[in-house]
Ligand binder design. Structure first.
Ligand SMILES: Cc1cc2nc3c(=O)[nH]c(=O)nc-3n(C[C@H](O)[C@H](O)[C@H](O)COP(=O)(O)O)c2cc1C
Length: 332
């Protein structure tokens, strides 16, 4: 997820068994072949530290590289570049609703013309020449759902090995509800595996999305940040029939603290604090304790007081004071 889930987040979220694969933030393709550094920036797992498998998280979960673009020739050139750098699979983004992206004919804008979507997928499929799988991600349409099936079929005809369907139109943005039953219609019409996406925040949502779509597999977006153990809880439920409760605050605080340490190895303090706020913000809609901490810490810009605020036993005692020793101090 662009600006939200990077290699460090992928590493943390895949520490426990749960995810089968992950996807990078999109690499924006316009008209030229991008230099290797752009691919390494979005997908550091292409050049992992010694001893770690390529294009996998440190816990061995595959990382799919995502491209976003509309020009078939440029997509093909960048697909070849990605293969030459070691990508093991390519995903094509036809779901991004951002105005600037759509204005420049990227992301969900191709949902207005299934033929162009097919050409984009086919160009990448031909460029990689069977060396790696090409997958695609769509929404149900741009402004309406009239072409939902056509777009999905176009991705299949273009050679997509599987399709993720985010069960909203572009104009619906991220507003609930996600129309999971529409994914079911698409699944019936396609031969390739279809994966259900959109508004899966809890075990109950997972069950409803599976039931209404008929898809055995789902993709988590914001829900994976709102509860970093949602995927492991789903996996645990599948394996044991036991439903674990939502992740409690001390565990969340620990994950955020580890995340801060990972990010601080390369980023300045204030950027790390804003990344922490961003993640805490994703948690707070579904977790009252995260909401309380966010309220107290939202104006904090220093890392150690922020971490102390996460680790404090009681949110009300977290109001940062410069002379209070942080519970979890970090070299800033
Ligand atoms: C901030 C943000 C960034 C996103 N970036 C991407 C992206 O780079 N690639 C992508 O395929 N989807 C991206 N998405 C969409 C999500 O992957 C997902 O399809 C969408 O949020 C619906 O699922 P959810 O309701 O579980 O979040 C992004 C969503 C958000 C909120």
């Amino acid at each position: 997820m662009e600006g939200v889930i990077d290699a460090h987040t992928r590493a943390l979220l895949t520490e426990q068994p749960g995810f089968d694969w992950t996807v990078t933030e999109f690499v924006r393709v316009v008209d030229v072949r991008l230099p290797p550094r752009v691919f390494y920036k979005h997908c550091p797992e292409l050049a992992p530290p010694e001893g770690q498998a390529r294009v996998m998280t440190p816990h061995g979960i595959p990382v799919h590289l995502q491209l976003l673009g509309s020009d078939p020739a440029a997509l093909a050139a960048n697909a070849r570049q990605a293969v030459s750098l070691g990508a093991m699979s390519l995903d094509l983004n036809f779901g991004c609703p951002a105005k600037t992206v759509n204005r420049h004919d990227g992301g969900a804008s191709l949902l207005r013309d299934p033929r162009r979507l097919e050409q984009a997928v086919a160009a990448v499929h031909e460029a990689v020449d069977g060396a790696i799988p090409v997958t695609a991600k769509v929404r149900l349409g741009f402004s309406d759902r009239l072409r939902a099936l056509d777009c999905a079929l176009a991705a299949e005809r273009g050679g997509a090995a599987s399709l993720v369907v985010h069960a909203r139109t572009r104009d619906e943005g991220y507003r609930p509800p996600a129309h999971w039953e529409w994914i079911g219609r698409i699944r019936h019409a396609l031969r390739i595996p279809v994966i259900a996406n959109g508004d899966i925040w809890t075990l109950e949502d997972y069950w409803k999305a599976r039931t209404l779509s008929g898809c055995p597999d789902v993709m988590l977006g914001r829900g994976a940040l709102a509860d970093p153990f949602l995927a492991p809880r789903i996996r645990h439920w599948q394996r044991t029939n036991e439903r674990l409760p939502a992740t409690d605050w001390p565990v969340r605080a620990e994950i955020l603290t580890t995340y801060a340490a990972l990010q601080r190895s390369t980023l300045p303090e204030r950027v790390v604090v804003s990344l922490l706020k961003q993640w805490l913000n994703q948690m707070r809609a579904r977790d009252p304790e995260a909401a309380r901490r966010f309220q107290v810490l939202r104006r904090e810009t220093r890392l150690n007081p922020f971490l102390a605020g996460l680790a404090a036993e009681d949110a009300s005692t977290t109001a940062s004071s410069p002379d209070r020793r942080p519970a979890a101090a970090m070299e800033t």
